[in-house]
Design a protein around this ligand. Sequence first.
Ligand SMILES: NC(=O)c1ccc[n+]([C@@H]2O[C@H](COP(=O)([O-])OP(=O)(O)OC[C@H]3O[C@@H](n4cnc5c(N)ncnc54)[C@H](OP(=O)(O)O)[C@@H]3O)[C@@H](O)[C@H]2O)c1
Length: 248
Amino acid sequence: MLHNNIRGRLALITGASGGIGAACAHQLGQLGANLALTYSTNLSSINDLVADLQSKDATNKLRISIHPVDVGSPDQIEAMFQQIDAQHGQRPDILISNAGYGERVPNVWDISLEEFDYMLHVNLRASFLLVKGVVDHMKSQRWGRIVFMSSIAAYGGGINGCRERTERLDEKNLSARLAEYNVSVNDVAPAMIGDTGMVPSTKEMADVAGNIPLRRLGSPEETANVVTMLVQTGYMTGQSLLLAGGLK
Ligand SMILES: NC(=O)c1ccc[n+]([C@@H]2O[C@H](COP(=O)([O-])OP(=O)(O)OC[C@H]3O[C@@H](n4cnc5c(N)ncnc54)[C@H](OP(=O)(O)O)[C@@H]3O)[C@@H](O)[C@H]2O)c1
């Protein structure tokens, strides 16, 4: 038995109010996963997402919860887990640590200390705390999937000076230690994904798209395709997948 079916599993997706997170929610929901979805500021967007998910749920069996959380705050992450315990009666089987942001500050020396610290808390420390919140449950049931949404910036050479090499947990270390529990750990490192809060549509970004070898922006759905593949492919672990239209 390969146990790659996720029907009835609980997926926590942070940043589901944004472009990539919402696309992940659609795909995992269609595969029958129950959903714990977080937002930070955009309540109307998460409400629209939930209404859309419910309207497409022919079985009417999908359990969906929403949680306001600033992932920069350990207290708010803890409160989110308490809410999930109460509403789902379990910790997540699948973690998609997707919430994040990036200010466009190309020069490292122009970044304030406050901005640097906050970026680390949101883009790095949050993943650490989220893993701590799910790992005991995953280990005890000997099944789990963890996907971090990283960035091409983590490979170096990105347009945001602040994010380079700072925002990835070491998925190789974590995956090696969790493999015996059948918990996979991977990251997806996108670049220039349009229709997101981070990168608007191709029309507005025509000049940027011209510098991408594929000559277009990526889509949230293409990013969710990779996340879904990882969640359904337990044999793949410890990998970082660059999704960047040919950018290196
Ligand atoms: N789009 C790209 O080309 C690209 C490239 C590299 C990496 N990424 C990564 O992909 C992930 C998803 O971004 P996206 O492209 O879908 O952009 P997006 O549409 O702006 O979505 C960002 C999501 O993160 C949430 N978020 C931001 N700061 C947060 C905080 N402090 N606490 C909790 N949630 C927070 C937002 O919540 P609210 O909207 O509710 O405030 C939103 O749901 C991010 O981690 C981003 O760094 C994207």
